[in-house]
Design a protein around this ligand. Structure first.
Ligand code: 5AD
Ligand code: SF4
Length: 447
């Protein structure tokens, strides 16, 4: 590889889950600390970091077309940007990327991105570098202080997964479940609030598996952490995602009824409504145990909005088993949800199972499932019309004087009026669409 000039501008492009967004922001902060500025446009960047997702095949293949596109655009502009591949594809396919894509000069896994500055120095000197080590959350200590935060901020509290659902690459790409220490999280929450955050979403592949010790040395779980964060002055809202039904304990359920700052929203993936499929997926719940768990949450917080993840076309899924998934959707009435066609991931047990489902059957099942989920989302939004609630203003809308924010139930609400980004305004919900609601300000700027 040729030597190149040190990069002056960067672009981090994050794909996939919210944790990648968090990681991407942190990489941006690391680069900014090194004096590398964000580029205004993709084509202007001297350094492009592709922060990749490996969860489904399409997401993983995208990285190669992106690399080609960036190199081509660079050549057209008479430059050769440094390209770094980060995230879960980097972790899973590091060597392959280096072999397949000569324009890539750095491959950095999700647990090693604090080493990016050193790797940039190597790349500038003409050495390609790969780092896919998995040291236990060493990166967090090496990251710079947060200076600026959007009103709604992410905070990674836990990483990795020990659940080994048979379709999923996460336990391989993100490693074993690991919790960040309590005091680090409280510190980071204070800093985020200082930097402008009003809402913090606690992130983890399995957030509810978080464990730690509070300031007095007592063992605590998610509920204890949420209670401590609720005491952070200036923090108005707490959310968390993603959870596994197996880790939801009584204390967390009670927290939903007792802590006002904990928003009435729960993302709890079920994946399928068929017990046979759930067993083959190595999910530790049944359709019935999942529904019973939701009942307990709803008893604690009756206005709880529910969200979930679904996979259609898992190997061997019969028509009747797919109908079971539609049936559980009907029973729950989700406020929103994510649904995917099963995608075989190399090295996972399900990829080697017999009876892989044909693409056209998966397409049809996904369409039917999404029709049900869209219907329920619209119905949930319609049932919210007339309510008065707080909306956290997150950005300007498309038209002058228009603002966009989030309701406590994570609905997008747009309205007109006099306010600023970061305000909590009291709004009446007037009209519902499938993806957003129109509101009217009743009382501006509560906080
Ligand atoms: N194919 C399709 N969807 C998947 N997910 C995870 N692995 C796969 C796969 N191999 C979905 C699950 C999970 C969400 C983050 O992605 O629904 O909850
Ligand atoms: Fe993947 Fe299952 Fe772990 Fe979620 S719980 S990250 S789906 S292995």
């Amino acid at each position: 590889m040729q030597k190149s000039d040190p990069p002056k501008t960067y672009r981090v492009k994050s794909f996939g889950c919210q944790m990648n967004v968090y990681d991407g922001d942190r990489m941006g902060e690391l680069l900014a600390e090194r004096g590398i500025a964000p580029a205004a446009e993709d084509e202007d960047a001297d350094l492009v970091v592709l922060n990749t997702c490996h969860i489904r095949e399409k997401a993983a293949e995208k990285v190669y077309s992106d690399i080609g596109r960036i190199s081509k655009a660079g050549r057209a502009a008479g430059k050769k940007p440094l390209i770094a591949v980060a995230g879960c594809v980097a972790q899973a396919e590091g060597e392959e990327i280096m072999a397949r894509a000569p324009d890539v000069s750095m491959v950095v896994g999700p647990q090693a991105y604090h080493r990016l500055p050193q790797m940039i120095d190597d790349a500038v000197s003409g050495r390609r570098a790969t780092d896919t080590d998995m040291p236990a959350i060493a990166k967090f200590a090496a990251l710079p202080r947060r200076r600026k935060s959007p009103p709604s901020a992410f905070l990674t509290i836990q990483e990795g997964c020990d659940k080994f659902c048979t379709y999923c690459v996460v336990p391989y790409t993100r490693g074993a479940e690991i919790s960040r220490p309590f005091s680090d999280l409280v510190d980071e929450a204070y800093r985020l609030v200082d930097a402008g955050a009003k809402e913090i979403s606690l992130l983890g592949q399995n957030v509810s598996a978080w464990t730690g010790e509070d300031a007095a040395g007592h063992a605590i779980g998610m509920a204890g952490l949420i209670r401590a964060l609720a005491d952070v002055p200036g923090l108005a809202r707490i959310r968390y995602t993603t959870s596994h039904p197996a880790d939801m304990d009584d204390a967390l359920i009670a927290a939903h009824g007792e802590i006002d700052k904990l928003m009435p929203f729960l993302h709890l993936p079920v994946q399928s409504g068929s017990d046979r499929v759930l067993k083959a997926m190595n999910r530790s719940h049944t359709a019935d145990s999942y529904l019973k768990l939701l009942e307990r949450f709803r008893a604690a917080r009756p206005d709880l909005a529910l969200s979930g993840d679904f996979i259609v076309g898992f190997p061997g899924e019969s028509d009747a088993e797919f109908e079971d998934t539609l049936a559980i959707v009907d029973v729950v009435g989700y406020a929103q949800a994510f649904s995917f066609k099963y995608s075989p991931r190399p090295g996972t047990p399900a990829a080697a199972m017999d009876n892989q489902i044909a693409a056209d059957i998966m397409d049809e099942r996904l369409q039917r499932l999404q029709a049900s989920l869209n219907r329920d989302q619209h119905a949930f939004n319609q049932a919210s019309v007339g309510k008065v609630c707080e909306v956290l203003v997150e950005r300007k809308g498309k038209h002058p004087g228009q603002w966009l924010g989030k309701s406590p139930w994570l609905q997008s609400v747009w309205f007109e009026g006099d306010c600023q980004i970061g305000d909590l305004v009291e709004a009446q919900l007037l009209q519902a669409g499938p993806n957003s609601l129109e509101g009217a300000i009743k009382q501006p700027a509560i906080a």
